[in-house]
Design a protein. Structure first.
Length: 256
């Protein structure tokens, strides 16, 4: 049977990682879950994770500098991990997020039925306490004025809908500078050879960093400019928790 490599990066969020691992365990297709970390030994012996440590393959991160902006760092981490796996399909799941049980099966069905390079889902936004996002603001920009402009664009283009916790991700053809349509990395399932063909770009301009462009934004831009076949499952099968990103510690918190 076809196997999906699920790649997760983690530093110190034991309980969130436990939730993440259990959501992969419930997938309806065969998976191998790789957890990459600078703290593999500490995580494996954590009281929370020790009972389920054998459900994943642990990989030590040794060759990537720790302190830098999250976007280029995550691009480097993802590319390095991608080059290590052998499975025919690959996806990424942040340590603080979850897949619903039908996530990978619905995406794999799209890819196989339509002969695609990749497929993506939508995501359900939740606050850290588990309460649902109400679609009443733009949660990924710290400046209130900019966030208000981006929120209006998202509402006008039906990416965010008032009273709805689902973010309807996907490309939107628009020259509007407020266009922040994307596909979050947690939502994608790729054929591994197709993702290797395009790769992650770890080179970011200062303007991109200032505007919080992510490695997922750059991947989507590449995809839209080459012969790359993809589609959406049009199902919200990722539970995306606001309030943090992978690979942060108490002394160095990245913004989202």
């Amino acid at each position: 049977m076809l196997t999906v490599a699920v790649i997760t990066f983690c530093v110190d969020r034991d309980r969130e990682l436990e939730r993440c691992i259990n959501s992969v365990r419930l997938q309806q297709v065969p998976t191998i879950h790789y957890v990459f970390s600078e703290r593999v030994n500490e995580l494996k012996t954590s009281p929370v994770l020790k009972p389920i440590k054998d459900l994943v393959r642990w990989v030590a991160i040794e060759d990537v500098p720790y302190h830098e902006h999250s976007s280029p760092r995550m691009a480097k981490l993802r590319q390095s991990a991608l080059e290590k796996i052998q499975e025919p399909f690959v996806c990424f799941l942040d340590d603080d997020n979850e897949f619903l049980p039908n996530h990978l099966s619905s995406l794999l069905h799209c890819i196989q039925e339509q002969q695609l390079d990749a497929a993506y889902s939508w995501r359900i936004l939740l606050h850290p306490d588990g309460s649902l996002f109400e679609g009443d603001y733009y949660p990924w920009h710290a400046d209130p004025k900019t966030a208000t402009l981006l929120y209006k664009w998202c509402v006008d283009n039906e990416v965010i809908r008032l009273g709805d916790a689902v973010v309807y991700d996907g490309p939107r053809v628009s020259d509007d500078p407020r266009n922040v349509a994307t596909v979050d990395m947690n939502e994608w399932l790729f054929r591994t050879k197709s993702l290797l063909r395009i790769g992650f770009n770890a080179e970011f301009t200062q303007e991109e960093l200032d505007n919080q462009v992510g490695e997922d934004d750059k991947i989507l831009k590449k995809i839209l400019n080459i012969d790359f076949r993809f589609a959406s499952s049009q199902q919200a099968t990722v539970k995306y928790y606001l309030g943090g990103v992978s690979n942060s510690d108490d002394n160095y918190r990245y913004s989202i």
